[in-house]
Design a protein around this ligand. Sequence first.
Ligand code: NAP
Length: 287
Amino acid sequence: MAFPDASTRLVTLLGHPVEHSLSPRMHNAAFRHLGLNLVYLATDVRPADLPAAVEGLRAMGLRGANVTLPHKETIRPLLDACSDRARAVGAVNTVVCVDTEAGARTLHGDNTDVAGFLAPLAPFADRLHGTDQLIFGAGGAARAAAYALLTTYQPSVLTLAVRTPARAEALARDLAPFDARGALRVVALAEAEAAVATSRLLVNATPLGMHPHVEGTPWARQASFHRAQVVYDLVYAPQHTRLLREAGARGATTVGGLGMLIGQAAAAFTAWTGHPFPLEVVRQALG
Ligand code: NAP
């Protein structure tokens, strides 16, 4: 049978703006490949319209949704339930609509950025466990990364190197329940030299280096990079950022942001469909 038809169910992205999103390309390629009667659309929802849009998910029986800026935090109280990790990170990026036996629909929020962040680090797990680690930035991506590192790799030190210490201190306070070793520290970028040099994992969770400002980098002092480090840039456009080029030239292992993008989509896809994400098909769809 040719899809879409009268039984097709919808999955949507809620964001503002949404035109840049790669999610429709990834999920529609995966739905088609597996013959699932689902369609993914990106919907531009202004902040004031978010409550109506969320009720629309329920009323119209969507299978689920992704959530992006600026709604990741404000959507939480509009949902029926949230996973522990979404509560800990303070942000929802995935909603699963569940049809109940009583004919009602409930909306469950989750944060698949945590699993997406961890996926590309799996090959380095033994090297990273219990080491000193550092995140540049303290926004939404840094929150998911810090929660993921604290709960998976038990770092001895986890430094947040930032330009606005107050935001990082709020992050550290919120994640204190997951920081049994007292690993979290906040330092200003200008004073981060020693922490950068001693960290075995460096994560860029700022937009520095992102298209079109490709000459940006959170850390311009190349001499700090060395062979024992994994340097992970969450920026995925371009895939080879200045940070990764400079760290790689000094012998560090480098990891780009595309793996996290695909990893968070994979976890959401499985939550909506029960199927594993067809990774090769999705990589081809991204070109
Ligand atoms: P966000 O909430 O806006 O946070 C951005 C962080 O970067 C803030 O801590 C901000 O500091 C800092 N920052 C911005 N410009 C800076 C500058 N010029 N110098 C120093 N620090 C600066 O953004 P986000 O959602 O966390 O996203 C951050 C980046 O991660 C995005 O650009 C995106 O490329 C990437 N990301 C990738 C994925 C993926 O799947 N690969 C997922 C999510 C995000 P202030 O607090 O001082 O403003």
